[in-house]
Design a protein around this ligand. Structure first.
Ligand SMILES: *Cc1c(COP(=O)(O)O)cnc(C)c1O
Length: 463
């Protein structure tokens, strides 16, 4: 398997190089040169596999044997030993039509752990094997930073520095990042907002000399290994249902911001998993809903919502789908993205929209609707959804047929977003791991929003 860029201007590379590259050097996104096809027989065979063994099978199509089987096996098993549920992502049935796949049993109680626990181990493995140090630098508005730190803490050959806006992330998110004592973790709490943090990081990465001198790598949602890690639970969820009943196609409803989690589903479908509709659930920040329904991809006004991890204006993984929508024409993708940069929007014709509709439907769920869903399912089924998951459930109600089966992804544990849960007068019990965070010592350096100060901190930490 070779890896290429959606814009076609990068030489083919192997799995590990694709992993290290993150964003492709021509500004595009890394994708496999072809999508492996899994036969029906193979799918049957995989039904009884554990989560870990299923991941090994899926990855074997993508890794080119660049990682010896026993090494990969250890990486996978180590990565999910930190999860609180032996099934890794357990599936819960709510009613005849509706299942919930709980993706929040990792260290930070949100779905990003599934990919980032593995990627942390893989970075460390690659660093050790190549005898080099990997320094990760990133900015976060909350969830990604926490998951990345938990994935990297205490590991050999790798250090991580995460910037977050001072007192502008949720308390639980702040504690998940800053109560980590390992020497290879630096939390910088910047007196500014998320955009200030993001801007500072962008400038540092644009400084090629600085970037090379300190071996900087980015964390973000565009790494292909992250996408691939997330395909595993689509297969896993499908198999848990197919094991006990005769099913054809199953719909998946996915709370989405950067088009990452849902693109993993598109990939699973292209590989041959019988997925019906991919239901794209967003909130009032609905650029993806407007794309699917109206054929216009254009950032709208920013809204603060009950589901802040989906408050996203531009979906960083969208370009991957654009590549397939345009029949793998990389030149055309490059041209469209270029135009997007200058004109600020992409328009799609009826032919494109018909093609989109073969795989996706979309719903931008409004705040009140999100709260209503939380309330209703708590009352009717005794199941408490976090607000991101509730958007997924609302979208399922609108778009999944009465006789269709749908799996909704629970992307976060409700305890992580108690501010919204409290609005509907529900008192929840917090998991001990979250309560205990409040008694732990915090390790962070509060700094002014000043490039000089930031560079000084980094030179010290990455030296
Ligand atoms: C990051 C996140 C999302 C959005 O995931 P994407 O891959 O960006 O689509 C949804 N829910 C939660 C809780 C998240 O942390």
């Amino acid at each position: 398997m070779d890896y290429i860029s959606t814009r076609g201007k990068v030489e083919k590379c192997g799995f590990i190089d694709a992993f290290l590259m993150g964003l492709a050097n021509d500004g595009g996104l890394v994708i496999p040169s072809e999508i492996p096809q899994i036969s029906e027989d193979k799918l049957k065979e995989w039904q009884s596999l554990s989560y870990q063994d299923l991941m090994l099978e899926i990855f074997s199509y993508y890794t080119n044997d660049e990682i010896p089987y026993e090494d990969l096996k250890k990486l996978v098993y180590d990565s999910y030993s930190t999860f609180r549920d032996p099934a890794v992502t357990p599936l819960k049935q709510i009613n005849e039509q509706l299942y919930v796949l709980e993706l929040f049993h990792g260290p930070t109680f949100a779905f990003k752990d599934v990919a980032l626990q593995f990627m942390g181990n893989l970075y460390s493995y690659v660093a050790t094997r190549r005898n080099e140090i990997i320094n990760i630098l990133g900015a976060t508005s909350g969830d990604t930073g926490a998951a990345a730190i938990q994935g990297v803490r205490g590991k050999e050959g790798i250090r991580i520095c995460i910037l977050h806006p001072h007192q502008k992330v949720s308390k639980v998110q702040e504690l998940q990042m800053t109560t980590v004592q390992d020497d290879n973790v630096l939390n910088l709490s910047v007196k500014g907002n998320f955009d200030d943090c993001q801007q500072a990081i962008k400038e540092l990465f644009a400084d090629i000399e600085f970037k090379q001198q300190y071996h900087l790598r980015a964390i973000n949602s565009i790494n292909f290994v992250r996408i691939l890690s997330q395909t595993v639970y689509y297969f896993y969820a499908y198999f848990q249902i197919a094991k006990k009943q005769n099913v054809g196609k199953i719909n998946f409803s996915v709370p989405t911001g950067n088009f990452g989690n849902i693109f993993s589903g598109y990939l699973a479908k292209q590989m041959g998993l019988p997925i019906g509709k991919l239901i794209l659930a967003t909130n009032e920040n609905n650029i993806l809903e407007r794309f699917v329904k109206e054929g216009i991809y254009m950032p709208g006004d920013f809204h603060s919502t009950y589901s802040p991890s989906m408050d996203i204006q531009i979906a960083s993984n969208f370009e991957r789908y654009l590549y397939y929508l345009n029949n793998k024409n990389a030149d055309k993708v490059a041209e469209i993205m270029n135009r997007f940069r200058t004109e600020g929007k992409i328009e799609f014709g009826p032919e494109d929209l018909a093609k989109v509709a073969q795989d996706f439907v979309a719903e931008g769920v409004q705040g009140q609707q999100c709260l209503n869903v939380i309330s209703k399912y708590d009352k009717d089924y005794g199941y408490l959804f976090d607000p991101h998951t509730a958007c997924g459930v609302a979208a399922y109600e609108t778009h999944s047929g009465k006789d269709e089966i749908c799996v909704v992804f629970a992307t976060a544990h409700p305890a992580k977003f108690n501010e919204s849960i409290a609005l509907v007068d529900i008192k929840q019990q917090f998991p001990a791991e979250i309560t205990q965070l409040f008694d732990k010592q915090q390790f962070q350096t509060v700094i002014d929003n000043d490039k000089q100060v930031l560079v000084q901190q980094l030179e010290q930490f990455f030296a």
